[in-house]
Design a binder for this molecule. Structure first.
Ligand code: NAD
Length: 483
């Protein structure tokens, strides 16, 4: 029998009032129930919000240094549990163990970075137009903040939202994704063990429509930080804006890599396949379009096939495996539908394209890594986020057309170019409509001490990560002293 996990409210691990639970299933082996979680309702969410409200006064009064020290201690505890948390992650959402370990280790450093930000909640002083007047600003916390996260980075995204929220003095109601609540719960356990006061962090599992909606609409919640799909992000933004509260929404991507004729082709190929296929293509920063100059397209495509052949598909706990399962049956059907659409639109599959069945694949949601050629920019597979290991190769005649096509989508999260031409590099960096701009690197893979977020439909609100992250979780008070 799988372990039963509870909500955290008022510092106590608590069962839902509903008496209902849901199972967290291993997508590589659907016979395995990874854990049983509380199927909470609005009343549980309300209680968690009240718990956060009650704890706010005490937490706000602690010095930022003290709050940072708790985060530092939690980071140390998480560091001692990297392997265990990573294994839970692989079991609950399928990414390979090395990728999961990388993510949990990154979460440790994210918390260490934000622990220091407590002591850097620095304001401004300003000259005044009046005599004997001193003006200064301070950054103050907002109160109760709601944090709603997706399943694809169930540690790192949680860490980069909780870190700045907590260190700047807010209390939190946190709802993880129902498909991957266990790794997130383990991060919360680390905070509890580090001595975070009861009620400062509240963890409630349950559906987005029920628990999530209560967090969005409850008047005690002063800001909402959301990462997930555009569809849900848009809905949250609309609902929360009626209450005039801050909303941060990090959403999808359709990230391009441009390959010019002078590129280091081997490097471009290995970065393209890694960007497209790791985490089974289920990264918001995954590359799903590679835009290649005509004259090198044939050679480049052959090299892509050679590279992807080295990507074994299977259970992410197996050290030889590079591509795990998709997270669930819906996601598998979604990806297979997109592959069908691509074929019907006239794109040609040159690698993969099918669901994997039989043997080790029988009890999981596995699909072959898939590469399409003859893709036109207006095709559905070149426009919509597939969120699977599917790469579209788009041929272009020159650099200008490459930039035009790279920008020809509603998203603007991440992009990369492979070239050694300095002029074109700067021209691309200026013209590309994305929040993350890479040169000779993968579209995925970001550093936590610099801002992260996208242009257009990919993001809204203040950037996450980096020094700017605390700006979302604080408000500025301007003080005039007439002496
Ligand atoms: P999702 O939008 O389905 O769910 C995200 C979270 O929102 C979950 O916790 C879910 O329960 C909750 N939710 C759902 N409906 C809700 C509602 N009506 N009210 C409140 N909460 C609700 O996304 P997902 O499938 O978990 O994640 C995949 C998506 O996340 C992809 O589109 C991906 O690009 C995006 N993503 C973006 C980033 C980024 O930083 N830009 C990072 C990772 C993932």
């Amino acid at each position: 029998m799988a372990e039963i996990y509870k909500n955290l409210i008022y510092g106590e691990w608590t069962e839902s009032e509903t008496g209902k639970t849901f199972e967290n299933i291993n997508p590589a082996d659907t016979d395995e129930v990874v854990g049983i979680f509380q199927d909470s309702d609005e009343d549980d969410a309300k209680k968690a919000i009240q718990s956060a409200k009650d704890a706010f006064g005490l937490w706000k009064e602690k010095s930022p240094g003290e709050r940072g020290d708790i985060l530092l201690k939690a980071a140390d505890i998480l560091e001692s549990r990297v392997d265990e948390v990573a294994e839970s992650m692989t079991r609950e959402m399928g990414k390979t163990k090395p990728e999961a370990k990388g993510e949990v280790s990154r979460s440790v450093y994210i918390w260490r970075w934000f622990a220091g930000e407590g002591r850097r909640l620095i304001g401004e002083t300003s000259p005044s137009d009046q005599n004997n007047t001193f003006i200064y600003t301070v950054k103050e916390p907002l109160g109760v903040v709601g944090i709603i996260t997706p399943w694809n980075f169930p540690a790192a995204i949680v860490a980069w939202k909780l870190g700045p929220a907590l260190v700047s003095g807010n209390t939190v109601v946190f709802k993880p994704a129902t498909l991957a609540p266990l790794s997130s719960l383990k991060l919360v356990e680390c905070l509890v063990e580090a001595g975070i006061p009861p009620g400062v962090i509240n963890y409630v599992t349950g559906s987005g429509n029920v628990v999530g909606s209560e967090i969005i609409n409850n008047p005690e919640v002063k800001a909402i930080s959301f990462t997930g799909s555009c569809e849900v992000g848009r809905k949250i933004y609309e609902e929360a804006s009626k209450r005039i509260v801050k909303v941060q929404a990090e959403m999808g991507g359709k990230n391009p890599i441009i390959v010019l004729e002078d590129a280091d082709l081997q490097k471009a190929v290995s970065c393209t396949i890694a960007s497209a296929m790791l985490t089974t293509g289920q990264k918001c920063t995954a590359c799903s379009r590679v835009i290649v100059l005509d004259e090198i397209a044939e050679k480049f495509t052959e090299m892509l096939i050679g590279e992807v052949k080295g990507y074994k598909v299977g259970n992410g706990l197996n050290p030889d495996v590079k591509i795990g399962p998709l997270v669930d049956e819906n996601q598998l059907n979604n990806v297979l539908n997109y592959i069908e659409k691509g074929k019907n639109e006239g794109a040609k599959i040159i690698y993969g394209g099918s669901k994997l069945e039989g043997g080790i694949y029988e009890k999981g949601f596995f699909v072959e890594p898939t590469i399409f050629i003859d893709v036109k920019s207006d095709m559905v597979i070149a426009q919509e986020e597939i969120f699977g290991p599917v790469l579209a190769v788009i041929k272009v005649k020159d650099f200008d057309e490459a930039i035009k096509i790279a920008n020809d989508v509603e998203f603007g999260l991440s992009a990369s170019i492979f070239t050694n031409d300095l002029n074109k590099t700067f021209e691309y960096a200026g013209k590309i409509e994305c929040g993350i701009v890479k040169v000779n690197g993968s579209t995925a893979g970001i550093e936590f001490h610099v801002p992260f977020g996208g242009y257009k439909s990919s993001s809204s609100g203040i950037r996450e990560q980096g020094r700017v992250a605390v700006d979302f979780y604080t408000q500025i008070k301007t003080v005039y002293i007439h002496y």
